[in-house]
Design a protein around this ligand. Structure first.
Ligand code: SAH
Length: 214
């Protein structure tokens, strides 16, 4: 299918899955009405790219449901000047959306084949303000710290390193909890402590330790 044919399903996704479900940040809605989600999934799944669900991207991993990508993007409260660290690049879709909302995205993926896939997807979608790395995201990315925000797209428990690599006033957002029972939590790093807020219950693939080369 020609990529023009995806314009209508993408518009419907924004209206029926995001606006209806309460996403309000205009910049997030705008970004998701532009980023070609169908180019981030395998050719065989393209027809399903704009449906209200997560989809397999290989290696037992998934691209998050559009609503969850929007919700997490909105909760980061980005204005455009930020440098954001993402843990769990996957196919690179959330990365692409973030790259339209902030100055630069640094994204780490532990599975090499997905890291390579994201690289080619993001190149095709022409996202230049993105830096990708294959490695263990639990270690953060010291070289470019401190960040204005850290977003984790796999479920589990926070690494202390992420808070260390955040600026004061920065945000750590992640699905937290034991296997398959996660809740979105946003932690704001203050001068003298942490302020935390809980949001939607959700289910993510697990956050795992170590790099996987294949
Ligand atoms: N944002 C992605 C979602 C991918 S699913 C997208 O839009 O496609 C979560 C990803 O986190 C998986 O690809 C998984 O391999 C990765 N992941 C899990 N634990 C990790 C870790 N410790 N470091 C880096 N990536 C990790």
């Amino acid at each position: 299918m020609h990529s023009l044919s995806y314009d209508r399903p993408r518009r419907r996704m924004v209206e029926e899955q995001l606006i209806t479900a309460g996403i309000q940040d205009e910049r997030v809605l705008q970004a998701m009405s532009i980023v070609p989600r169908h180019l981030f999934v395998d050719a065989a799944l393209r027809a399903h790219a704009y449906q209200d669900s997560s989809l397999p991207i290989g290696e037992g991993q998934t691209i998050s449901q559009p609503y969850m990508v929007a919700k997490m993007s909105e909760l980061l409260l980005l204005q455009g000047h930020e440098r954001v660290l993402e843990i769990g690049t996957g196919c690179g879709y959330q990365t692409a959306v973030l790259s339209r909302l902030c100055k630069r995205v640094y994204s780490i993926e532990r599975i090499e084949s997905l890291h390579e896939k994201a690289r080619s997807n993001l190149r095709r979608a022409q996202h230049a303000n993105v830096m990708l790395k294959c490695g263990d995201g639990l270690l953060g990315w010291e070289e470019y710290a401190p960040f204005d925000a850290v977003i984790v797209t796999a479920g589990g428990f926070a690494s202390d390193i992420w808070l260390e690599q955040l600026k004061v006033g920065g945000i750590l957002l992640m699905p937290e909890g034991d296997e398959k029972k996660h809740q979105l939590v946003r932690r704001l790093k203050l001068q003298d402590g942490i302020e935390e807020t809980y949001f939607d219950a959700c289910t993510f693939v697990p956050l795992l330790e170590g790099e996987l080369r294949r």
